[in-house]
Each structure stands twice: as structure tokens, then as C-alpha cells.
Design a binder for this molecule. Structure first.
Ligand SMILES: Nc1ncnc2c1ncn2[C@@H]1O[C@H](COP(=O)(O)OP(=O)(O)OP(=O)(O)O)[C@@H](O)[C@H]1O
Ligand SMILES: CC(C)(CO)[C@@H](O)C(=O)[O-]
Ligand code: BAL
Length: 282
């Protein structure tokens, strides 16, 4: 059975006992509403380490006041069952007071890779993510921590933070788990109506088409514009970005810089009330 703990003290005690017994530990931070994407991180961790810890904490600090903190899907019993079925050893499920005790007043301040794309669309987001992930890494003292490429910029930001702060952990990125039609699995997909869910496949399809076009010699800006137009035609009401970027630092690419460079196409777009993000190697 997956053991559930709610305090940092219990978490540390268990992880330290495992490490004292020579067992390595992997941490999978999540916000719950678990799906196959999260479980793929647990399984990847199990190929690397003996013990796995998943955290479930809907982190208020990464939501702006107008965002969906209250509506975010929650369900600890189902999450615990799924983790149990995946063979996860420990669920760390702190409450807000455990994570942010009264008087909490420290936030990680970021520049660089956190600034464009998600950072521009959600100015509060990466400061909140970096603060809670740093806390989780210090609390759990894992050997490795796993994050999905689905949140590609988040993964790059976390790699940067751990390097910059000398946190003694290996950050492991995991491939994006997708539904059969290609839509990236995401907890927020639960917000989509059946009609919106059918239309959502336009996002990965437009991305694949843009990558194929650029690889066939189309100029980057033309492919980006065609991708945005395809999303709008499919019923997306706003495209926050649909950009080819350098895969490491997410800086802009030159007009035809794809050839020979490590590029990534990243997109975020609104379908009704739901904001979907995705990215692919280009
Ligand atoms: N489809 C997926 N494939 C691989 N990893 C994923 C996938 N979806 C989420 N993850 C990863 O799981 C971890 C926890 O993510 P989170 O709990 O926010 O789920 P989510 O589905 O991304 O939710 P949201 O809808 O809020 O974006 C993150 O490292 C995230 O990148
Ligand atoms: C990494 C994370 C768990 C931090 O709250 C969150 O941003 C997420 O679920 O991707
Ligand atoms: N999966 C990233 C967390 C968020 O969008 O808030």
C-alpha cells in the first residue's frame, strides 16, 4: 500500500530511513488529479531507483488571483488508489499551512529561461513553481526528481534553479504521454466539453504540420502564422503563443534557423475556458 504522510517531518524520516538502508529515492511532484502521464513518471522513476515518492499539492503560489486555483480538480482517494496501483511507495500530501506556515515570506526570483512564453502569459507562475519545487526538493532530499516534458519550460526552469542553487538532485525529464488522438494528457483536459475535447486535437495536429512544413523548407514565421490560423479555424479563441524556440534556453530562432539547431515548438491556446499547452521537438 502507498503510505500517505502529511508533514515534512514524517516525509524526511521515511526518506532518510530508506537512504540509510542503501535505497535511492525518486520524487514526482504533482498537483494531483492524476492521470496516465503522472503514472508514467512513477514508472520511469522505478526504472532508476528503488523508492518512489509522489507529492500532491495544489500550490496556491503559482496561480494568479484570476486563475483556476479553486476550480482545479482535486480527489485524494482516487489519486492514492492510482499511486498504489502503480506501486508508488509514498504519497506526500501536505496542507497549505504545512507548506507555507504563517509568516512565510520567501519567493524565488527568476530571470532568463522563465521570462518568455509561460512567463509572459502567467507572470506569477514560475516564481511560485520554483519556490514550491525547491521546498519539495529540500524537504524530500530525493536522489532524482522527475518532471514531464509536457510542461517543457517548467522543466527547463527547474533544471536552471537546481543548478543555480546547487541542489544535490538529478532532474529527469520524461516524454509527454498522449491520448490516442495525440492530445497531451493533462489534468485540465477535464474542463473540456465533449465538443471541445474533439476540437482539441487540432493543437497537436497543427504543431506536427508546422514542424513538417519548416523541415520541408518553409520559413519559421510563416509556419507559426499558419499554425495559429489553423487553431483559430478549429475554434480556439486565443493563441497565447505558437513559437519555434531554442530547445535549451527558449530564445527566439532566426527566420530559417531550424536546420542544424536544436529547436522546440511550444504552444499555448485557449479553447473556451480551458488553456491547453503542448510542445514538440522540431
Ligand atoms: N501528459 C503528460 N506526460 C508526461 N508528464 C506529464 C503529463 N502531464 C503532466 N505531466 C507532468 O506531471 C507533473 C505534474 O503535473 P500536473 O500535476 O500539473 O499535471 P498536469 O496534467 O500537467 O496538470 P495541468 O492540467 O495543471 O497542467 C509535471 O512534471 C508534469 O509535467
Ligand atoms: C511542478 C508542480 C507540481 C509544482 O507545483 C506543478 O507546477 C506541476 O504539477 O507541474
Ligand atoms: N502543469 C503545470 C502546472 C500549472 O499549470 O499550474
Amino acid at each position: 500500500m502507498t503510505r500517505i504522510v502529511r508533514t515534512v517531518a514524517e516525509l524526511r524520516e521515511q526518506v532518510r530511513a530508506w537512504k540509510a538502508a542503501g535505497e535511492q529515492v525518486g520524487l514526482i511532484p504533482t498537483m494531483g488529479a492524476l492521470h496516465e502521464g503522472h503514472l508514467s513518471l512513477v514508472r520511469l522513476a522505478q526504472t532508476r531507483v528503488k523508492r518512489t515518492v509522489a507529492s500532491v499539492f495544489v500550490n496556491p503560489k503559482q496561480f494568479a488571483p484570476h486563475e483556476d486555483f479553486d476550480a482545479y480538480p482535486r480527489g485524494e482517494a482516487r489519486d492514492a488508489e492510482l499511486l498504489d496501483s502503480a506501486g508508488c511507495d509514498l504519497l506526500f500530501a501536505p496542507n497549505a499551512a504545512e507548506m507555507y506556515p504563517q509568516g512565510f515570506s520567501t519567493t524565488i526570483n527568476l530571470t532568463g529561461v522563465s521570462e518568455p512564453l509561460e512567463g509572459a502569459a502567467r507572470p506569477q507562475f514560475f516564481g511560485g513553481v520554483a519556490t514550491v519545487v525547491t521546498k519539495l526538493l529540500i524537504q524530500a532530499e530525493p536522489d532524482i526528481a522527475l518532471f514531464g516534458e509536457k510542461d517543457y519550460q517548467q522543466l527547463q526552469v527547474i533544471r536552471r534553479v537546481t543548478r543555480d542553487l546547487d541542489l544535490p538532485v538529478e532532474i529527469v525529464g520524461a516524454p509527454t504521454a498522449r491520448a490516442e488522438d495525440g492530445l497531451a494528457l493533462s489534468s485540465r483536459n477535464a474542463y473540456l466539453s465533449p465538443q471541445e475535447r474533439a476540437a482539441a486535437v487540432a493543437l497537436p495536429n497543427a504543431m506536427k504540420a508546422a514542424i513538417a512544413a519548416v523541415q520541408a523548407g518553409e520559413r519559421v514565421e510563416m509556419a507559426e502564422a499558419a499554425g495559429k490560423a489553423a487553431l483559430e479555424a478549429a475554434g480556439f479563441r486565443q493563441v497565447d503563443y505558437f513559437d519555434f524556440r531554442d530547445a535549451d534556453d527558449l530564445s527566439r530562432l532566426g527566420p530559417d534557423a531550424l536546420h542544424g539547431s536544436k529547436a522546440r515548438l511550444l504552444a499555448a491556446a485557449w479553447l473556451g475556458k480551458t488553456r491547453l499547452i503542448d510542445n514538440m521537438a522540431a
